[in-house]
Design a protein around this ligand. Structure first.
Ligand SMILES: O=P(O)(O)OC[C@@H](O)[C@H]1O[C@@H](OP(=O)(O)O)[C@@H](O)[C@@H](O)[C@@H]1O
Ligand SMILES: [Mg+2]
Ligand SMILES: [Zn+2]
Length: 183
């Protein structure tokens, strides 16, 4: 079983300006790619888990999301970062696109994406880390049995009780990677 670093996308890898569905709006956060390079070089498996309710809300299509994802994946691979898995939730219970307007099991804080990844990629969840910027990231990881949970500071409101589920709060993915590498 492999220990893994689970990564949230918006607000951790790229600037979260809200429901990003195209390449023109996708901006990598300074230092994020370098942080992934360090983790990869140290042998960590990297898996992205992202809520993309913009699909259910009709802000962008699943095809648009997939083409942005392909671009992102190649941009990272070009810099020596091969992601080992990308999992996304296109759903939202109040979505306007009927096909995706469901109360699913994969939207964080639910654990569906983590469980699917664990099964498909033979992941040791207890030895794994989650890096996210919302309470839902940290709650999902806690419920999935991921021992190490790091909150990246953002403008989102997070209650103290939820913050307490994280081992620590950092300012960036770079800081989170440093923490993981010194563990
Ligand atoms: O951070 P990850 O999981 O990678 O992706 C989050 C995004 O899908 C979007 O999630 C939305 O939340 P709701 O899905 O509307 O609750 C909003 O916060 C958007 O600003 C944000 O871009
Ligand atoms: Mg996020
Ligand atoms: Zn879902």
């Amino acid at each position: 079983m492999k220990p893994t670093v689970f990564l949230d996308r918006d607000g951790v890898l790229n600037v979260d300006t809200g429901y990003i569905g195209q390449v023109d709006d996708f901006v990598f956060i300074d230092g994020a790619i370098e942080a992934l390079q360090q983790l990869k070089q140290a042998g960590w498996q990297l898996v992205l888990v992202t809520n993309q309710s913009g699909i259910a809300r009709g802000y962008f299509s699943e095809e648009q999301f997939l083409s942005l994802t392909e671009w992102m994946d190649w941009s990272l691979a070009d810099r020596g970062v091969d992601l080992d898995g990308i999992y996304y939730c296109p759903h939202h219970p109040q979505g306007s696109v009927v096909e995706f307007a469901i109360d699913c099991e994969c939207r964080k804080p639910k654990t569906g994406m983590f469980e699917q990844a664990a099964k498909e990629l033979d992941i040791d969840l207890e030895q794994s880390w989650m890096i996210g910027d919302k309470a839902s990231d940290i709650i999902a990881a806690a419920n999935a049995g991921i021992a190490h949970r790091v909150l990246v500071k953002s403008d989102y409101d997070i209650e103290d009780k939820q913050k307490a589920l994280a081992v620590t709060e950092v300012l960036s993915l770079q800081e989170a990677a440093a923490l993981i590498l010194q563990d």
